[in-house]
Design a protein around this ligand. Structure first.
Ligand code: HEC
Ligand code: HEC
Length: 423
């Protein structure tokens, strides 16, 4: 697998450069954002862009939480977030919205390995706007379990009539918002299942603006404010920081015995700790899914997306239950030590210690007799059966032979990846 992964790395790098160039965000280093990034930021944090004007992107991707979900109570249990409409839940944990812009457009490489896209299952492929993060950004506004607006024109209307420091027309051209909105647009946008009535020409203009909203968000998500590269680990490259002995040992294990780098690429400056491929780690089901997610819900991951995209059965079944390798940047970033974060596509793990222990001992401990939570499994000294058994990766994890101190060293290293470190 290693050669393939190195090749992937090169391709990812090349594609990332192209993407950055194509959204025009080759911003000068420094805190000042460009006009399009400022616009994207206003949109990202605008709670009005949801049906009940109560939810923004940041509601599930908060910067102080490493651009993921900011609610300890949710993270500690079911791990899925409620949408703008009460009682509606997604079925996965919000991944980091940072460092996602560099994922290449979804493709299958020569050896049949799937790479790239956004979302745990890669379904925001990047084919619509030429950029997975921009495609992704258009999803939540219309998703009934997220911001739930009934029509993309509602997003355009609310962005065009907002008072942002940098307006939509300042970036996308005078007249970009010149659309004859019907008198009832406000009430239409407050109700599910409604469509804003527009002339064909205005509909085309609104569709164009909607795509540009996605590109604006993606530009912000690609900016140095979001992809900051200001962790302790990053500062070791300038000599402004040094990993202590335990952290160094953890990094060596990450690269060696722990095998982490086989998927979480970790060489070089500004590495993202992911190769953007997909794998099934054999994560157990999360037994604390809230009402609204079936208790026996099984997540098909990449395989499910490939099935709906029309791939042949032998292709999609081989990918059943695989999820995208996430970035490890900011995995420990949270407001304080009491704040709970969670890990994996279903948030099964509540601590870095827990997930590293799982990598080390998944195939060593006996199988728990039921759907145990992480805490119950740790107490009973077992691991539950995998959510999707057929495709579990047994070659690269499961029995690493690490000591307790070595597990702790890996965790100590992961904690050096939080942005905002002050040298
Ligand atoms: C209600 C919570 C919620 C809201 C609101 C929300 N997201 Fe997400 N976000 C999620 C979840 C859950 C996922 C993973 C879904 C999946 O993989 O199927 C996700 C995935 C993503 C990803 C993919 C990251 C990756 O590595 O693949 C990005 C980027 C992202 N969201 C950005 C946004 C933006 C931009 C907005 C606002 C337009 C937004 N999110 C609004 C919950 C939310
Ligand atoms: C075979 C590829 C592979 C290897 C090897 C691997 N990982 Fe992962 N890692 C993944 C995938 C895929 C996920 C997401 C799995 C899921 O959610 O079902 C993940 C998730 C994680 C997460 C959770 C991140 C989040 O935001 O939810 C952490 C932390 C992590 N890995 C750390 C490690 C460490 C530490 C090692 C080495 C001990 C390691 N990984 C080895 C592929 C791998």
């Amino acid at each position: 697998m290693i050669n393939k992964r190195v090749l992937t790395c090169v391709l990812v790098g090349a594609a990332a450069l192209l993407l950055v160039a194509s959204v025009g965000t080759v911003a000068a280093k420094g805190p000042e954002l460009t006009a399009i990034e400022k616009l994207g930021k206003s949109i990202f944090f605008d709670g009005n862009l949801s049906i009940n004007r109560n939810q923004s992107c940041a509601s599930c991707h908060a910067p102080e939480w490493g651009w993921t979900g900011p609610d300890s109570d949710i993270n500690a249990h079911g791990a899925v977030y409620e949408g703008s409409i009460p009682g509606r839940f997604g079925d996965r944990k919000p991944p980091s919205a940072a460092y996602a812009t560099q994922s290449p457009i979804f493709y299958m490489d020569k050896k049949g390995l799937f790479v790239g896209g956004n979302f745990w299952d890669g379904r925001a492929t990047g084919e619509v706007l030429g950029n997975p993060a921009a495609d992704q950004a258009l999803g939540p506004f219309r998703n009934p379990a997220e911001q739930a607006l009934p029509d993309s024109a509602c997003v355009v209307y609310r962005v065009c009539t907002a008072s942002y420091p940098v307006s939509f027309e300042a970036v996308w051209g005078a007249g970009a918002c010149r659309i004859a909105w019907p008198a009832n647009v406000d009430s239409v946008c407050r109700k599910e299942g409604k469509t804003v009535r527009l002339s064909d020409a205005d509909r085309a203009k609104s569709d164009m603006a909607y795509g540009n909203i996605g590109l604006s968000i993606a530009a912000y998500e690609a900016s140095p404010e979001v992809n900051a590269f200001t962790s302790e680990y990053d500062y070791t490259f300038t000599g402004a920081a040094n990993l202590n002995q335990e952290e160094q040992q953890g990094f060596a294990l990450f690269q060696g015995t722990g095998k982490c780098k086989l998927c979480h690429i970790s060489s070089g400056k500004q590495t993202l700790f992911t190769d953007f491929t997909f794998d099934n780690l054999g994560l157990p089901q999360n037994p604390e899914n809230p009402a609204g997610v079936a208790p026996d819900f099984v997540d098909p991951g990449l395989g499910g997306f490939l099935m709906t995209a029309g791939y042949p059965e032998d292709v999609y079944l081989a990918e059943w239950g695989k999820h995208k390798v996430p970035t490890l940047r900011n995995v420990d970033l949270r407001p304080d030590k009491e704040s709970v974060k969670d890990y994996g596509h279903n948030g099964y793990f509540k601590s870095l210690e827990g997930i590293v222990h799982f990598y080390n001992t998944r195939d060593v401990k006996p199988t728990c007799p039921g759907l145990y939570t992480e805490a119950e499994a740790l107490t009973a000294n077992c691991w539950p059966a995998p959510e999707v058994p057929g495709t579990v990766n047994t070659a690269e994890l499961g029995n690493l032979g690490l000591s307790e101190a070595e597990e702790a060293a890996i965790v100590a290293f992961l904690k050096t990846l939080s942005d905002g470190y002050v040298p």
